[in-house]
Design a binder for this molecule. Structure first.
Ligand code: ZN
Ligand code: ZN
Length: 562
């Protein structure tokens, strides 16, 4: 199977990180990081290029090109394998902690002999890290927080990670013979185990599964469990006639399934994964699709994302479920970075990609300069960018809107003056610093930004990075009230690393009349596909078309923003 550019880039970047952990010279390490960036920017699959063609790409020399060829031909890179064997796995795991990069891991390992998370925790608790340059009391506390968060998330996958596992397993299954179920299908932001339903017979499928599994945990006629990497996949077997009941059974949350069985019971029936039995007559019903199961119980089909028993069951009984927002209704993306700040794509490329996505508009939201990160835009740069956007728009295609992702500074002021913001089409404001403020301080800080008349959308409202950084302390009820009062929209950040804010708050915001923007926060081409994750989250928050800002046609959107 040919590797995707993303998979190649991940391997190359990881190799760079391992070199840095080992203490290799910096220039070499940076070469890998740069090469990974270049690979992600390629539109054609690298698997179709020769080594000579690859080495002509910026940042990919002969050396790295040869490694990519080796990766294609053998499925790995000898030097990479060697590195992985020479560094204890517990050391590499330290990279997964928020705020810990390869350089820090190198020091922790070589200077303190720390080879796993437990040892790091003990050292931080025993205040033994303070002797290291740049490691004060604060940093120790931060590390302890990261470790606690890491432990909570252990064994859970982001949606993009889950998709990778699902793709690798289902690639060997006959098309049309399977479905994903479980929390992934319900659109949860992180996923524990992966559940699949197969209507192809176990005898055939088990053989195929073992060909992609790193370990077969348990193999049977009704159920087989395998491990791919560190992830567990459970496959349940059924037949075409009973597919619907099995899918309902394996998709609903525990609470949802209990309620559904109760409803069947009240009707004198027994519901399970094989069908429905009428207890008095002994009659058995089987269901090829989910809709038939719900109909038999006198209910409308409940979308998977709602199956949590939070009111959807009553609505399905009354046949007035909401028509949840769909991909075809999305007309644009309202949070996109270009090469003017930390994105990798030029404005013209973004217009072209927007067109490929079927979008009417894309809002360009580069960072403001106040962040202090490389490439943030100041007043002059913004004026030049607006001009370039106008030029790009003359070529037709997807319309680029001029925006900014302006920093909400620690005191609630914005990173750019009003005279700059007022000339932009739409302004997104986000917190990028001072995450450790107390709840009340943070809440007032964000409300101050919402009260600025030029701020249209609050970006990634809790700042969380799934598995890396918990949400900062903020009183979401007060934020939602302020957003409703000021007519500011809130973002549903669709990046699988963020999926910020969570479904409960989306539903609250929506019920308070706050509009939501489903935005990918794209930095590169592949990120645009994250819209699907944001949609799943919006649907979990009961959003319909009208709740979502970027379902509006452009002229209506701009009018709405006035
Ligand atoms: Zn941001
Ligand atoms: Zn952003």
């Amino acid at each position: 199977m040919a590797l995707s550019n993303r998979q190649i880039a991940d391997t190359i970047r990881h190799m760079g990180q391992l070199l840095e952990i080992q203490g290799d010279e910096n220039f070499k390490v940076r070469a890998y990081v740069r090469a990974a960036e270049t690979i992600l920017r390629q539109e054609e699959p690298l698997s179709e290029k020769t080594a000579a063609e690859m080495s002509r790409l910026p940042g990919i020399g002969k050396n790295i090109a040869a490694k990519i060829v080796e990766l294609h031909e053998t499925g790995t890179i000898g030097e990479y394998q060697h590195l992985r064997e020479s560094i204890p796995p517990g050391v590499v795991e330290l990279l997964e902690l928020g705020g810990v990069g390869p350089k820090t891991v190198h020091k922790l390992w070589k200077k303190f002999g720390i080879v796993h998370v437990d040892a790091l925790e003990a050292a931080a608790r025993g205040h033994r890290l303070r002797s290291m340059r740049g490691f004060g009391e604060k940093k120790e506390a931060e590390i302890l927080r990261s470790i606690a968060h890491h432990r909570q998330q252990i064994g859970r996958m982001r949606r993009d990670q889950a998709e990778e596992v699902i793709d690798s397993v289902t690639a060997v299954l006959p098309p049309g013979s399977w479905s994903v179920a479980g929390s992934f299908r319900r659109g949860k932001s992180t996923v524990g185990d992966i559940d699949l339903v197969s209507i192809a017979p176990a005898a055939t499928i088990n053989r195929l599964l073992s060909s992609v599994a790193d370990e077969v945990i348990d193999e049977g006629e009704r159920r087989t469990s395998i491990r791919v990497g560190t992830r567990r996949i459970d496959v349940r077997f059924t037949d075409h006639a009973r597919f619907g009941s099995m899918l309902v059974y394996l998709t609903g949350s525990k609470q949802f399934n209990i309620r559904l069985r109760g409803i069947a019971q009240d009707q004198g029936c027994k519901l399970n994964e094989y069908g429905i039995e009428h207890l008095q007559t002994g009659e058995q019903f089987t269901f090829a699709n989910e809709e038939a199961v719900f109909h038999h119980l006198g209910m409308a089909l409940i979308p998977p994302e709602l199956r949590e028993d939070t009111g959807e069951i009553e609505r399905a009984q009354a046949h007035n479920l909401p028509s949840l927002v769909e991909r075809g209704q999305i007309r644009g993306d309202l949070h996109v970075h270009s090469s003017w700040s930390d994105g990798v794509l030029a404005l013209r490329d973004l217009a072209r990609i927007g067109e490929q996505q079927g979008y009417e508009y894309i809002l360009i939201t580069d960072h403001s300069a106040s962040l202090g990160v490389a490439g943030g835009l100041d007043e002059h740069a913004i004026r030049r960018q607006v001009h370039e956007i106008e030029l790009a728009n003359r070529d037709g295609g997807c319309h680029l809107l001029a925006g900014i992702e302006v920093d909400i500074l620690s005191d609630g002021r914005l990173g750019l003056p009003d005279r700059v913001l007022q000339d932009l089409d739409i302004v997104v404001a986000s917190v990028h610093s001072g995450f450790k403020q107390e709840e009340d301080v943070m809440t007032r800080r964000v409300i101050a930004a919402l009260q600025n008349e030029h701020v249209d959308i609050l970006g990634h409202p809790t700042g969380r990075l799934l598995g890396k950084r918990p949400a900062f302390d903020i009183d979401m009820a007060r934020i939602i009230d302020a957003a409703a009062e000021t007519g500011t929209a809130m973002e549903i950040n669709a990046s699988p690393h963020r999926l910020d804010i969570d479904d409960i708050h989306i539903r609250q915001a929506k019920e308070h009349g706050v509009r939501m923007a489903i935005s990918t926060d794209a930095h590169r081409k592949e990120d645009f596909a994250s819209m699907r994750h944001g949609l799943a989250l919006a649907r979990r928050g009961w959003c319909v078309k009208n709740d979502i800002l970027n379902t509006k046609p452009m002229h209506e959107l701009l009018e709405f923003m006035q």
